[in-house]
Design a binder for this molecule. Sequence first.
Ligand SMILES: [Zn+2]
Length: 290
Amino acid sequence: MKSAFFLLVPALLSTLLFSSWTPPASHAQFRNSYSGRQLPPARPGGGGGGARPAAGGPAGVYPQALFNGKVVRWVQDQMPLKVYLSKGSSIDGFLDEELGVPRTNVDGKHRWPHLVAEIIDNGQINNLPMADGFVEPHYEAALQGINYWKAFEKEGLFQFVLTNDPSDADIYVFWTHHFVNKLGLGLFANDIRGYTSKEIFDYKLILQGKQPLFQPVVILLRTSNQQGAPMSNDKMRASAGHEFGHALGIDQHSTNPYDLMSVYYGRGVLSNNDAATIRYIYKRQPDYIP
Ligand SMILES: [Zn+2]
């Protein structure tokens, strides 16, 4: 995922954080509202806890992982995270009526969660076409990439499971042949293989009883490479692992090209820095949660 979008985030955040609240509820709840699921009230500090390490953090932690210096991550009440990894489904068919281009255009990335919430509500999620360029091995490669992060479950950082039920997941993975911008122009030339879009909510307000309208986190993976041929399995694995890192909370990109969370996808696997960074995030109190 690349930079231009991140520039939008600070401006968006103020809108999103305040537009999506519903009236205060007596208990903080952590499931996506559209799933209708209710969880027990939050415990203050519920999720990881631990004292804040000194600024800068331990060796290997890249500061770009934070959102304006703030920690974004899931909390224990949201575990296990449910991941809907679709078998090649495309959501490119939903058009932005004003622009006449797919709502999945990358300039409208911040609205992807609303698109997915909408098609969950109206059932269209159960009847999606397959993305051009998707081949069966892409699914397995993406799953392997996502599962890079399984290593941290035994450390108690988070847990996630796959679900086949698209009406009740926290993180959704769909596919696209290639990305387009708001003009509908294909972004063929670059090596951006995926994007992740998530809305985040002020954790302190949630603990005070405010009820956010949680939105699904949406990952789109590109099925074709710069030449238009199917993405290789190695690249797909790296792509899915990278995007899942964003879904878990890593905000921007490591500037070290050897990290999976750099725009270069590193060596295609988690680096020591990636590991140090996710541990750092999950051992601190969150400021925002998806
Ligand atoms: Zn990225």
